[in-house]
Design a protein around this ligand. Structure first.
Ligand code: KIV
Ligand code: ZN
Length: 389
């Protein structure tokens, strides 16, 4: 069987932008949307048009300029929200309205003071209303992660019958374990009679650090769209990180999936989002963190310098990273020291490096990291002592 496409739905401009301090203005959103399109995402969730006049304008402007990707606007299952989203998306080449409602008992009782039956009616009405404006309607069953599977299957069947083209199964609170979430998607694939009329989407939050694992479990069980953000930004602990799911799919060809993302743009995109939102990326972040391709312990450095694949499963060039780094600390070994001296233009023999290594360790024990200036100092002192000896 040929590989199956996984649609990448980027929600950096909507769920990602909900992070305190990360709010974007229209100009910033347009710039990021254009870059997301270049990156090769399939759907750009541009905002929540009813939330503010500024966000309405952002979705409207993005709709005008995006040529290939689908542009999506969020709404609640409320007529006015849907109409506002439709108005903001009016000029989009491929518009999608994303509407939905909470389906877990907790949401039904605490948020809506409602009943399961009433929620089914409201869900169907919202999709039908959105269908008056666009063909492509995505429905989200908020808190699907904690919604009982039998009832969730009824919700999914109802909204597909009402015309939903995509049904989003969010693990809104990041509660599910990967096997539970995968089983939930499998349950829907097997128990919703009209499931062939729509695709299922995964939207996982990272409260337990499981968003990427859950998203992958979801597509393995039959979902065909992943909702994610650059750098994993999003409410609380964030959303599924785009760069992680894309690279899991690329590195594990045996999964039988592919995406349209140009992986060489992942690091530049991460940097741009981090700069624009003024939100630093944690150094140990997979794929795009500053240390993702750094090697600092002697055992790792020695192996890496003999053959990069001993300690790297991704070529940094493939993800647009600056390259691998051999970092010198008090845990580094002789091969790394020799390598760094060589890079600085020194040609020391093995015996030279043995002597220099002892001096290097004295410096390294007083520093977090030994830098090029320190190495020049060590080299110059060593050369001077060799001349006077
Ligand atoms: O996490 C969530 O449930 C959401 C929905 C609005 C799609 O972001
Ligand atoms: Zn979310």
């Amino acid at each position: 069987m040929s590989d199956q496409k996984i649609f990448i739905f980027d929600t950096t401009l909507r769920d990602g932008e909900q992070v305190p301090g990360c709010k974007l203005n229209t100009k910033e959103k347009i710039e990021l949307a254009l870059r997301l399109e270049e990156l090769g995402v399939d759907i750009i969730e541009a905002g929540f048009p009813i939330s503010s006049p500024g966000d309405f304008q952002s979705v409207e402007e993005i709709s005008k300029i995006i040529k290939n990707a689908t542009v999506c606007g969020l709404s609640r299952a409320v007529q006015k929200d849907i109409e506002t989203a439709a108005a903001a998306l009016k000029l989009a080449k491929r518009p999608r309205i994303h509407t939905g409602i909470g389906t877990s008992d907790s949401h039904i009782k605490s948020k809506f003071n409602s009943t399961r039956e009433e929620i089914l009616v409201r869900a169907a009405q919202a999709v039908k209303w959105a269908k008056n404006f666009v063909d492509d309607v995505e429905f989200y069953a908020e808190d699907a992660g904690r919604t009982e599977n039998e009832y969730l299957a009824r919700v999914v069947e109802t909204v597909i019958a009402a015309g939903a083209t995509v049904v989003n199964i969010p693990d809104t609170t990041g509660y599910c374990l990967p096997d539970q979430y995968g089983e939930k998607i499998a349950y829907l694939m097997n128990n919703v009679p009209n499931i062939d009329k729509a695709i299922l989407s995964v939207h996982c939050h990272n409260d337990l650090g499981l968003a990427t694992a859950n998203s992958i479990a979801g597509v393995r069980a039959g979902a065909r769209q992943i909702e994610c953000t650059i750098n994993g930004l999003g409410e609380r602990a964030g959303n599924t990180s785009l760069e992680e799911v894309v690279m899991v799919i690329r590195q594990h060809k045996s999964l039988g999936f592919y995406t349209g993302v140009n992986t060489k743009e992942l690091n530049p995109m991460s940097q741009l989002v981090s700069d624009t939102m003024r939100m630093p990326v944690q150094p140990n972040k997979a794929i795009v963190g500053a240390n993702a391709f750094s090697h600092s312990s002697g055992i790792h450095q020695d192996g890496f310098l003999k053959d990069a694949s001993t300690y790297e499963i991704i070529n940094p060039e493939e993800v647009g990273a600056a390259g691998s780094r051999i970092v010198l600390t008090a845990r580094s070994g002789r091969s790394a020291l020799a390598f760094r001296f060589h890079k600085l233009g020194y040609s020391f023999t093995r015996n030279d490096v043995d002597t220099l290594y002892e001096r290097f360790l004295q410096v390294a024990d007083t520093r977090k990291e030994v830098m090029d200036e320190d190495l020049h100092g060590l080299a110059k002192a060593y050369q001077a002592s060799a001349v006077t000896a």
